[in-house]
Design a protein around this ligand. Structure first.
Ligand code: SAM
Length: 345
């Protein structure tokens, strides 16, 4: 049944296309993949304590080249992938990021193209990105306090990012989500301030649990604040908060009466939505991860740089998706990994 061609509307044009001609990418459990997250670099201009060491290497070598990324998107779109997210590292450090967005948007079948960014370089790129057709931005921003920001990111860039946040929130036609990593005793007293961002603007504020993907293993230091605890704190401030049906990664999703935006809580350990997983991740080193908790990915770079044509590439993705583990436990569990900067979150 998954091999039937389907009709979808592309967002860039009103034409009806039938991109599923290659047949969807499905796994043993009947899930099909329609979402790819591509870490386009492992370089970053921040050094968040929960993510990277100060001495993180800043190699100028990218894993995947522009033409390789766009080729991958075309093959995936032909197999039913509709959503593309660029992440990193910091994706805005890629000199060709605007071109990547434009090219991805032009691929038949691709509906939405989004970006996860720390926001440092948005003043330089926002207008061009919007013109290129970017549909949404997830902006990672953990504190409203300049000194805390400096301590958490090891960079004194708060005023710039704060100003960029204002710009993004005010940008019409862009779906904006604010990613807030909640750390007990560090920014856990700022939840209300974040929620208030959603009062007048249609943004989603997403409170995230710390995952064990960081160089310093900060998650071992008592800073972890679980989804249940985050929820309890929010309910104490907003007893009128209403639960709405969560999206597949947003275990808890809420709205507040009269608020333009919404609130989500993204659990790491308490996840129970693997049965709905429709995503594939491509790391900054050119490996395909069929699960966030997979121990090692499949070597996409080698396939791309071999003689394999589009058919070979498609076959590689088919095999990788077919082996998608049922859940994180089957994938190998929560074995700590070097840093989220390679997987892109
Ligand atoms: N540089 C971009 C940014 O800051 O949004 C994209 C890459 S960053 C790795 C993507 C997301 O991963 C960010 O929202 C960040 O907060 C999150 N992240 C990094 N390390 C994490 C960890 N140990 N646990 C949970 N989230 C983490």
């Amino acid at each position: 049944m998954f091999h039937q061609a389907e009709s979808v509307h592309t967002s860039g044009a009103d034409t009806i296309v039938s991109p599923g001609s290659a047949g969807r990418l499905t796994d043993r459990y009947g899930r099909s993949v329609d979402y790819v997250r591509i870490a386009v670099t492992s370089r970053c201009n921040l050094r968040c304590v929960y993510c990277l060491r100060e001495e993180h290497g800043s190699s100028s070598e990218e894993g995947l080249r522009f033409d390789e990324i766009t080729r991958v998107i075309r093959v995936l779109a032909d197999c039913g992938v509709r959503k593309v997210r660029f992440t990193g590292g910091e994706p805005l450090l890629r000199p060709d990021i605007v071109r990547l967005v434009r090219e991805a948007k032009a691929v038949t079948g691709v509906g939405t193209v989004t970006l996860t960014t720390n926001g440092v370089l948005l003043d330089r790129h926002l207008d061009e990105l919007v013109q290129a057709g970017l549909d949404g931005i997830n902006l990672s921003f953990d504190t409203f306090d300049r000194e805390r920001y400096r301590q958490m990111t090891r960079r004194d860039l708060f005023p710039r990012v704060r100003a960029n946040l204002e710009r993004v929130v005010g940008e019409k036609g862009l779906k904006v989500k604010i990613n807030v990593l909640v750390l007990r005793g560090i920014n856990s007293d700022e939840l209300q301030r974040f929620v208030e961002l959603s009062r007048d603007a249609p943004v989603t504020v997403r409170f995230m649990e710390l995952m064990p993907f960081d160089d310093h293993q900060i998650w071992r230091t008592g800073k972890f604040m679980g989804a249940g605890k985050i929820l309890e704190s929010l309910k104490a401030i907003y007893p009128e908060m209403e639960e709405s049906r969560g999206r597949s990664t947003e275990y808890f999703s809420f709205s507040l009466p009269g608020y333009a935006g919404g609130i989500s809580i993204i659990p790491a350990f308490t996840r129970n939505f693997c049965s709905e997983c429709s995503r594939l991740r491509i790391t900054s080193t050119g490996r395909v991860m069929n699960c966030l908790y997979a121990r090692e990915g499949a070597d996409l770079l080698a396939v791309l740089r071999s003689e394999a044509g589009s058919g070979g590439l498609e076959e590689f993705f088919r095999r990788t998706v077919a082996r998608k583990p049922r859940d994180g436990r089957e994938a190998g569990g929560s074995a700590p990994r070097t840093s989220m900067s390679e997987i892109g979150g």
